[in-house]
Ligand binder design. Structure first.
Ligand SMILES: C[S@@+](CC[C@H](N)C(=O)[O-])C[C@H]1O[C@@H](n2cnc3c(N)ncnc32)[C@H](O)[C@@H]1O
Length: 263
């Protein structure tokens, strides 16, 4: 199978060229409910989302993963709920919803409606095709207690026995991930900000580390400025990226072309 390329076009058409059971991981973020204005005013209907979910299921290897980063539009105090509709659609066509993770934006946010709390997060749905095959969970949460501890543990016969615990210095992180966003923070590639809705490089990297191994194939069907492809390449994975707007494909190509692998 051809790998390490980016192509301009509609992802539903381009996925047809990918053989069955050949992708290990997809990290992607669809156009949200017209939340952002893209060059082509593209947004995702539920009908199209269903085709995409089915096609992704076909091309993903057994045990492979899709990470779907998405948020909703609010109109007159009424959230669209599109993210949940999409997640349930994925389940309907056969994906497992392994986890509903949260991506919190540390930096500034746009002021929202005056009668609501300000929106600070997006969903990161983690779907798996059957039982997930790769889960290299990141351990970077500093444990509060690292010294040896003794605890009384109740035995089957009702008596108590002293047990010793040695906590590791770092535990597995929680399923909400916090990132600095905005100019110079999501990425140092100035050109990437010509795209209106990039996600942070670190977000893509953390998912790539968690759900794939070196040499695996990582796909982004809505690649925008090419963040997932860039991080896949840096992490020694193969990449494939699709994007419907030619200007964004150019940005992505430039980002990958200018890649310093010692970065
Ligand atoms: C939320 S942005 C992705 C941004 C990307 N994660 C990044 O970091 O740059 C969604 C992208 O999907 C593209 N898009 C919309 N419909 C598409 C389709 N049918 N096929 C391929 N790309 C599409 C949009 O042009 C937009 O660039």
């Amino acid at each position: 199978m051809k790998v390490d390329y980016m192509k301009c076009g509609d992802c539903v058409d381009l996925m047809k060229d990918i053989p069955d059971n050949s992708i290990d991981l997809t990290v992607t973020s669809p156009p949200y409910d017209n939340l952002r204005k893209y060059e082509n005013d593209n947004f995702l209907t539920l009908e199209k989302c269903k085709c995409i979910a089915e096609e992704l299921l076909r091309i993903t290897k057994e045990g492979g993963t899709v990470v779907w980063v998405v948020s909703d539009r609010v109109r007159n105090g009424n959230e669209s709920g599109t993210s949940f509709s999409q997640a349930l659609l994925f389940k309907e066509v056969g994906w497992r919803l392994k986890d509903t993770m949260i991506y919190i934006k540390k930096g500034g946010i746009n002021a929202g409606a005056l009668d609501s709390y300000q929106q600070k997060f997006e969903y990161m749905f983690v779907f798996t095709k059957g039982k997930q095959k790769t889960h290299n969970l990141i351990k970077d949460r500093k444990n509060k207690y690292v010294e040896d501890r003794k605890k009384l543990k109740r035995q089957k016969d009702g008596t108590y026995k002293e047990q010793h615990f040695k906590a590791e210095e770092f535990g597995v992180r929680y399923n909400y991930w916090i990132y600095d966003t905005g100019s110079g923070k999501s990425t140092k590639d100035k050109i990437a900000f010509q795209h209106p809705a990039i996600f942070p490089e670190q977000l893509a990297k953390d998912h790539i580390i968690s759900w794939s191994n070196e040499g695996d194939v990582v796909l982004d069907i809505f690649m925008g400025s090419g963040t997932t492809c860039k991080m896949a390449k840096l992490m020694n994975r193969h990449y494939i990226g699709f994007e419907i707007v030619p200007e964004y494909v150019k940005i992505a190509r430039e980002r990958l072309g200018g890649l310093d692998l010692n970065e």
